[in-house]
Design a protein around this ligand. Sequence first.
Ligand code: PLP
Length: 263
Amino acid sequence: MTPSSPVSALTIAGSDSGGGAGIQADLKAFAAHRVHGLSAIAALTAQNTGGVTAVHVPPLDFLQAQIDACFADFDIHAVKLGMLANAEVIDLVADALEKHRPPHVVLDPVMVATSGARLLEENALEAMRARLIPLATLLTPNIPEAELLLGRRIVTAEDAEDAADALLELGAGAVLLKGGHLDEGSRVIDRYFDGVTREEFIHTRLPVDAHGTGCTLASAIAAQLCQGLSLPNACEAAIDYVARGLHAGYYPGRSEVLVIDHF
Ligand code: PLP
């Protein structure tokens, strides 16, 4: 690597043919942060702004080959994990992380798309808890994902605060519990907790149906970690990035779904 070469981040996630979420959003976020983006595609979705019409999970040895090709060549500072589809894929990814030990792992525990499509098989939850979460530097669930991981409802601000603590006990280094699905008036509160530092990142809620925010946020955090920011600072900067991207967003398809502008 020459001094002027950007550092690399790897996304292991699902492809969104509609270009709003998944690998496509991840690579755009990496590029916008001047980080070289690598990708290992764990699942392919046939998808547009109307929803997901089909899912294909490539053979495991092909996913392995993509991951091995990336680690064999690049200096990978951060790995972002998104849609992993099933328990077998999770096991393979966990093995790869244990072998390569990248400095940062940002785990977006993708389970169900906003459109309602399942992106993780129901029986894979245990593998996510047992194998992947303990390897994560940061876990970034939204409220429905946190409810599934904890097996309890999160309705009030107090529930969310308790949930951030309980999620940390699952073994990740830190948790960013995204509050977009919680009704806290005109504000969205994302709660960060790493056992020592507790932060609330607050934004005004935009009255839009947006696509790919979770993927973009996790990738922007991974990119900021590559640039040397601390974990809470990386979260704050990435949350601002997504908020600015939503303000500048656009409607590329026939459905009224806003896609983030990456700049
Ligand atoms: N499709 C893929 C491949 C994803 O990884 C994600 C990420 O969460 C989604 C769709 C869901 O995006 P959203 O819930 O923002 O529609």
